[in-house]
Design a protein around this ligand. Structure first.
Ligand SMILES: Nc1ncnc2c1ncn2[C@@H]1O[C@H](COP(=O)(O)OP(=O)(O)OP(=O)(O)O)[C@@H](O)[C@H]1O
Length: 304
């Protein structure tokens, strides 16, 4: 089952702002990171997936359903954590999540039980009867996550779940999202302007820039090996660089690393031979991997 599929999806707002342009992407179940700078179109895409906005052009499918014509069916199977706070301060987390469970169609008793479970999953079971107004930002984010989980969805859409959190809070939230995606078997689309964050927890990355698709791929494919060898010695970097150059290897320097294009097995042998000859302490010799950040680095000068 395809999780999300869009075809030439375009959204132009009333004022003439094109927030999404000809976006065609297919995403399989798992933890999916949706990354892009502020204003890239992430929230717009989430709202289109939920059926809260209608496309100007193109098609969108969520779990095989069309959110434009079947919004209720989509929302029954999708949980949504909005970016901004909208929590009534006088209600307790238990009351609020139970209420939202009922709005999702659960009978009162089932909603209460599910709310209690969801709040346990997000680590708020102890505090669930306290008014939300007294919660920290991290706790409020967790209430928002619990309400997205209450009706046992197949897909969670999380809009900037680490917003406003300190580094420890961010780590805890990311670990929680990862656990939901792996242990509960729920697919998660987690949207962020911070590539380094989502990269850590997702299987697939969808990168958008100015409303257009930059790339959609498995993280593993984005971090595949390059044909460059990285060599690091604890001392004698200059000496080794000179020796490799004398062996006709096109060596370049990047900080403490020496980079050598990998032609064949002989490249390895020449490097190891040179290190041994010079009796240098070899710290590292491996094939370089692409970094996901290159995705955006290649577009330096754009606003990502
Ligand atoms: N209701 C609206 N009316 C007009 N323009 C809008 C509306 N909502 C968003 N936009 C514009 O559409 C573009 C994409 O916005 P969107 O909120 O989808 O981006 P985003 O990637 O989620 O960014 P952020 O993380 O800042 O929310 C931006 O230029 C934004 O100003």
């Amino acid at each position: 089952m395809t999780l999300i599929a869009t075809e030439s999806l375009t959204k132009v707002y009333g004022g003439g702002v094109t927030a999404l342009s000809e976006l065609t992407v297919t995403v399989e179940p798992g933890i999916v990171g949706l990354v892009g700078a502020n204003g890239a179109g992430k929230s717009t895409l989430i709202k289109l997936l939920l059926g809260l906005l209608t496309p100007t052009r193109g098609r969108v499918r969520v779990l095989g359903l069309d959110p434009t014509t079947e919004p209720a069916a989509v929302r029954a199977r999708v949980g949504y954590m909005p970016e901004h706070d909208c929590l009534p301060p006088d209600l307790s987390a238990a009351e609020l999540v139970t209420h939202l469970g009922q709005i999702s169609g659960l009978p009162r008793t089932a909603a209460r039980e599910r709310a209690s479970e969801a709040l346990r999953h997000v680590g708020l079971h102890e505090e669930r009867h306290r008014p939300v107004g007294g919660y920290s930002t991290g706790m409020k984010q967790r209430v928002k996550l619990a309400q997205a989980l209450v009706h046992d969805p197949d897909l969670l859409l999380l809009d900037e779940p680490t917003n406003g959190l300190d580094p420890a809070g961010r780590d805890a939230m990311l670990a929680l999202v990862h656990r939901i995606g792996t242990e509960f078997g729920i697919s998660v689309l987690v949207c962020s302007h911070l590539l380094g964050e989502v990269e850590r927890i997702c299987d697939t990355l969808v990168a958008i820039d100015g409303g257009r698709l930059l790339r959609a791929d498995h993280i593993a494919a984005m971090t595949s090996t390059t044909d460059v060898l990285a060599v690091e010695v604890s001392e004698g970097t200059e000496t080794l660089a000179a020796r490799l150059a004398a062996l006709d290897l096109p060596v370049s320097r990047e900080g403490r690393l020496l980079l050598v294009p990998l032609a064949d097995q002989q490249t390895y042998d020449l490097i190891i031979g040179a290190v041994a000859d010079l009796d240098l302490p070899l710290h590292r010799l491996d094939q370089r991997r692409h970094r996901v950040a290159e995705l955006f680095a290649r577009r330096e000068g754009s606003h990502v």
